[in-house]
Design a protein. Sequence first.
Length: 152
Amino acid sequence: MVSPLDPATRPSRLPLFAHVAVVLLLSISFISGLLVWQGQRVQEQTMESPVWLHPSVVLHGSLNPFLCVLFGYLCCQHIRFAWQLRANLLTGFTMEIIFGGLILSGIGLYYAGAAELRNWCVQTHRILGLLLAPGLGIHWVAALRWAKRLPK
């Protein structure tokens, strides 16, 4: 039998490399996603592709394997310990839905054949992408509050 985790040791706290990976990968993904979205809008209005649209799509799509690895790491380490501690369950579960939903809708963008399904994936991906930054911020603030309540 495994002994229960001591919340005071904050075993769910991300190490520095993981913090850097989360911030760096999600920031680049968010910015490149906004560029793709804007480029698609420009393309629809002018019927011409902006020169920066294709590199933005390539960058955004190329981040997918790294974001999947990051999500797997978070599930196996950060999320597993946080569930055991019952810490930030609401914001953590919300982040899991957003992050996992972005991965699944991104897969749909590449492989959905039907136009209706692809349009649904595009809209879902955009909404979840916009929710990611505030969701992460709220989760971080909730984690700081949780940590302050721990006995010293």
